[in-house]
Design a protein around this ligand. Structure first.
Ligand code: FAD
Ligand code: NAP
Length: 325
């Protein structure tokens, strides 16, 4: 049977931003509830080595780092819920002085006085019909999850950022050849990553190229190739591959908030300068859901800390006001 639970503070999301907010608010005795969402641990659970998170001189595997953050959040009394918020009512009840109301996929309802949104971002797709049709049959957005299936095969990665380069490099552990398809003739990935990529003999590049179609049949072996178009010359070619990894960035997970919160044209939540405060009192946003510039684990954790401190101050002031009334 569906339940209804009230807590002064709820955190949405279990990436670095959400867990950091939980550690800080837990240590402030706020006993936060954290709702994990469809990807417990967030984006770092689909990567391997994380080399740039301070404190791990040899690097650390993404999933292990997230397990450590979860354990630390639990240590300070965070109640962790395996569920996904499907409806967020941030304003209706509050106009009458009521709480924020969150309805989960299970039907359970959580209400709170302050909310930290750390719902991060999800992989972006090209938007081709064939990409949808062949999803899980050779089309993937997660090399760590699916790379193993491509031992000795020729595959392609689409994109030119850090994710694409990282995925391409990781895939060279399995594939015999990896073609990086990019719509321009230079990458936006970090220089050190680019150097590693270009030094790898298994990596080939298709510059100024876009995927027009992914070829293959889900019932007959899945992906068999991609039709590429060179956007400078207009020429098309078929690249024979058995797998295509799409690594073209992420979209912020903000759909459930509708137009209750201010967003930019790409859907990122807008926060006040030097703050994680949104346009609604008591509602804070941290991590990739509000950051289209840096999008790093450490910056997500940093803004998770800011949101925790701001939410704590808000709840403190609110309880002081209540006491004065
Ligand atoms: P995310 O990690 O995106 O987590 C979002 C959380 O919100 C998830 O737990 C999800 O389940 C939850 N959620 C979403 N919707 C809902 C909902 N409706 N209800 C409840 N919960 C919800 N950064 C680095 O600094 N170093 C790296 O080496 C690095 N490698 C990367 C490799 C890859 C392949 C990728 C994709 C990213 C990498 N990044 C790296 C970037 C880094 O992962 C992100 O910047 C960081 O994870 C953002 O943290 P976050 O907490 O904002 O959100
Ligand atoms: P990103 O930096 O936004 O790069 C997306 C890439 O995909 C760009 O090269 C872009 O091309 C291309 N692209 C976008 N839409 C496309 C489309 N429709 N068709 C074809 N190509 C398209 O995204 P990201 O690589 O996922 O990185 C996101 C953030 O996570 C970044 O801040 C990154 O630094 C971080 N990250 C860090 C690490 C690390 O530190 N090791 C690893 C992974 C990710 P253009 O270049 O032409 O725009």
């Amino acid at each position: 049977m569906a339940t209804e639970t009230h807590n002064s503070l709820i955190i949405l999301g279990s990436g670095p931003a959400g867990y950091t907010a939980a550690i800080y608010t837990g240590r402030a005795n706020l006993n936060p509830i954290l709702i994990q969402g469809m990807q417990p641990g967030g984006q770092l659970t689909v990567t391997t080595e994380v080399d740039n998170f301070p404190g791990f001189e040899e690097g650390i595997q993404g999933p292990e780092l997230m397990q450590k953050m979860e354990a630390q959040a639990r240590r300070f009394g965070t109640q962790i819920i395996s569920d996904l918020v499907v409806q967020a009512d941030l304003t209706a009840e509050r106009r009458q002085g009521g709480p924020i109301r969150l309805t989960c996929d299970s039907g359970d309802v959580y209400t709170c006085d302050a909310l930290i949104i750390a719902t991060g971002a999800s992989a972006r797709w090209l938007g081709l019909e064939s990409e949808k049709k062949l999803g899980g049959y050779g089309v993937s957005a997660c090399a760590t999850c699916d790379g193993f299936f491509y031992r000795g095969q020729e595959i392609a990665v689409v994109g030119g950022g850090d994710t694409a380069v990282e995925e391409a490099l990781f895939l060279t552990n399995f594939a015999s050849k990896v073609t990086l398809i990019h719509r321009r003739d230079s990458l936006r990935a970090e220089k050190v990553m680019q150097e590693r990529l270009f030094a790898n003999p298994k990596v080939h590049t298709a510059w100024n190229s876009v995927v027009e179609e992914i070829l293959g049949d889900p019932k007959a072996g899945g992906v068999s190739g991609v039709r590429l178009k060179n956007i400078k010359t207009g020429e098309t070619e078929i690249l024979k591959v058995t797998g295509v990894f799409i690594a073209i960035g992420h979209n912020p997970n903000t759909a459930i908030f509708g137009d209750q919160l201010d967003k930019d044209e790409q859907g990122y939540l807008i926060t006040k300068a030097n703050s994680t405060a949104t346009n609604l009192p008591g509602v804070y946003a941290a991590g990739d859901v509000q950051d289209k510039t840096f999008r790093q684990a450490i910056t997500a954790a940093g803004t998770g800390c800011m949101a925790a401190l701001e939410a704590e101050r808000y709840l403190h002031e609110k309880s002081g006001e209540a006491a004065r009334i």
